[in-house]
Design a protein around this ligand. Structure first.
Ligand SMILES: [Zn+2]
Ligand SMILES: [Zn+2]
Length: 364
């Protein structure tokens, strides 16, 4: 072999060796980073790290409209060391776990109503809570009448999976008595009534429910949590203006969480549907406007309630970029002078006991 060819082959061999070593190094680096990530995730103590008080962690802030960055409705209300889930949309359980929330410690679920985007994750949620700490009692699910039907359906659908889990992991990890959910229905007055129903009062925590107007969906309720002098209200889906019970429940709450639909952005979907002769989509996008609340109406409700802060969730339509936040909010800031936050999956809002602050962070 001539000298130039030898040099060429030598250089090629070195390059291949370098690439191989680079690949090995890259793989080792990625594995080490993975190990650190697992270690970090497993040492998280999200609840223990919070100050005593009332907190709300959003595991789903979207709606039935597809949104790559938002799962359908789900929020975890944390009162001291107690965890309550309000609504469980499909896909929100992954968010809940990714946020480091210990599913095994969930005390109960509260459903606002039985639209699919509020219940689709219930089966997975009950499964995670069961296996999370080997519960021997099913997960309590509170809701207005109808909750029995929803719970019975999920229990039946997951009954085969339950036998697989116990068969595979044993009765200590998956005790058969702890599988599934138990419905705890409560009675509620009509949505033209203002008197709330007290659902729970112990350990310094009180939970209230009141009916709201989400017609033709009935019953549909909003919830209020009071703990250590702090309070928050979750609206569920509703027409806030037509729900006097919601206004009464919201009065004086530190934090108001209200679902929001921005008609001016929805108009673009209607325009597109009409331009393509898609009457079905046009009709649906028109129908949904009459049983939701706009950001501006939510701001009026927050102002009337004299709330400290307003969080909008159940975002309709999907807002794919924060650069659209101003367009989504519209004139809301003109109606409410406090902070208005468009919720994203992973958002946590804290109301510490003993002061009157409201703070925001992300667990994503
Ligand atoms: Zn909904
Ligand atoms: Zn709904």
């Amino acid at each position: 072999m001539s000298l130039p060819r030898r040099i060429l082959f030598g250089a090629l061999a070195l390059a291949l060796l370098g690439a191989g070593l680079g690949f090995v190094f890259q793989s080792q680096l990625a594995t080490a980073m993975y190990e650190r990530r697992v270690e970090r995730q497993m040492s998280l103590d999200r609840i223990g790290d919070l100050p005593d008080g009332l907190h709300i962690a959003f595991c789903g802030t979207g709606s039935p409209l597809p949104d790559p960055s938002r799962a359908p409705s789900c929020a975890v209300v944390i009162a001291g060391d107690r965890l309550f889930v309000v609504d469980s949309g499909a896909g929100s359980v992954s968010n809940l776990l990714l946020m480091g929330i210990p599913a095994g410690e969930i005390e109960a679920v509260l459903l606002t109503h039985f639209h699919s985007d509020h219940i689709g994750g219930l089966g997975d949620l009950a499964l995670q809570r069961w296996i999370g700490t080997g519960h021997t009692e099913p997960l309590p699910v509170m809701g207005p009448p109808g909750v029995e039907t929803v719970v019975a359906g999920f229990n039946q659908a997951y009954s085969l999976d339950a036998t697989y889990r116990t068969g595979h992991h044993g009765e200590v990890i998956a005790p058969p008595s702890g599988f599934g959910m138990v419905a705890e229905p409560f009675n509620i007055a009509g949505y033209d009534q203002t008197a709330p129903t007290k659902l729970l009062e112990n350990g310094g925590l009180t939970i209230w429910a009141v009916a709201v107007d989400h017609a033709p969906v009935s019953p549909s309720v909003a919830y209020r949590f009071d703990y250590q002098g702090r309070s928050l209200v979750m609206s569920g889906d509703l027409v806030a203006e037509a729900s006097p019970g919601f206004q009464a429940l919201a009065a004086g709450a530190d934090l108001l969480v209200v679902e929001a639909l921005q008609p001016r952005l929805l108009d673009f979907i209607n325009d597109g549907a009409r331009a393509r002769g898609n009457d079905r989509l046009d009709t649906i996008m028109t129908d949904i406007r009459d049983y939701h609340t706009t950001p501006e109406q939510a701001a009026v409700a927050a102002s009337t309630a004299q709330a400290q802060a307003l969080v909008l969730n159940h975002i309709v339509p999907a807002v794919p970029s924060r650069s659209l936040n101003a367009a989504f909010l519209g004139d809301a800031a003109g109606a409410f002078s406090g902070p208005i936050r468009i919720a994203e999956d992973g958002l946590v809002v804290s109301l510490p006991a003993g002061d009157d602050t409201v703070s925001f962070q992300s667990w994503r």
